[in-house]
Write a protein that binds this ligand. Sequence first.
Ligand code: AMP
Length: 114
Amino acid sequence: MDCIFCKIIEGSIPSAKVFENDRIVAFRDIQPAAPVHILIIPKKHIPTMNDVTAEDDALMAELFAAARQIARELGIAESGYRLINNVNADGGQVVYHLHIHLLGGAKLHGLNGA
Ligand code: AMP
């Protein structure tokens, strides 16, 4: 499958991993938009949030659990962070393998205008 994140999961493309278990991998974004910018992805190839089904409920919960754990481990749980999932063209999705962006390490601006 010609998917860059599937290649990262297989190890044929290198990544700076910060978390891995049997179902999930998390690694540093190659073009960080904040001091901490991690991508959290399921090993199952799901193209977008639109393709998630009830069968994936436990996996989705586990992605958010991984996000909480990584935020704690990287020391940004208390200072704060943002979780983003981009969907399709208007959402700005570039890689069609479901992923959650974990952003933090500085005051984030935009979106809600804060
Ligand atoms: P999105 O626009 O939500 O699809 O986000 C895709 C993200 O993947 C972007 O923030 C890219 O910088 C990131 N990205 C693309 N290729 C790689 C890679 N090889 N390693 C790490 N991050 C990547």
